[in-house]
Write a protein that binds this ligand. Sequence first.
Ligand code: ITT
Length: 195
Amino acid sequence: MRLILATSNKGKVREIKALCEDFEVIAYSEIIDEFEIIEDGADFKENALIKARAVFNALSEDDIVVIADDSGISIDILDNKPGIYSARYAGESATDKDNLYKVIDEIKAKKVESSPAHYTAAIAIVTKNSEYVVHGWMYGEAIAKAVGDGGFGYDPMFIPLGYDKTLGELDDEVKKSLSHRAKALSLAKIILQTL
Ligand code: ITT
């Protein structure tokens, strides 16, 4: 089955392709020009559906399956911020590094070196006749420094539960085995088999 990914985030494309080897996975930008999608939903679930529907409608082909991932990190000591604003925490045109260092500065401002945190991923599946959303979570500790350059986004500051290194330092296979995205995709695959 061919899956169209409604994302412009290269880190997500890389991870989703690696996690869905039994499917033909292509980013929508390989078919049409990328376009802006306003993510004004109230939560991860709504934003994932907004993105998947937007790409499904733009492709105007009945026989396709579009999936979207809306995700982010929530840090306890920051009252669960940045959450759904993870991609634009340091401003609309912020880079991953800008967002990462803004969060690190905010944790330091609380006079702590780390805080419990978790990642959430909502994966939406949209076809002509159906819509689904599933979730996955990964718990751990957000530290007030960036270590390692593996993964993407906030990974250099996130230590998964049961480990003593950040996702920036750990092998890709570790993240693949326990990430929020891997867990949501394992549920999504059960749905995909029913289509
Ligand atoms: P699309 O909307 O095009 O998919 P995006 O990057 O804007 O791309 P989101 O709105 O879902 O996607 O924001 C997700 C942000 O959360 C992402 O930019 C990272 O900063 C962070 N994030 C999500 N999953 C992550 C992961 O596995 N590792 C590190 N950071 C992650």
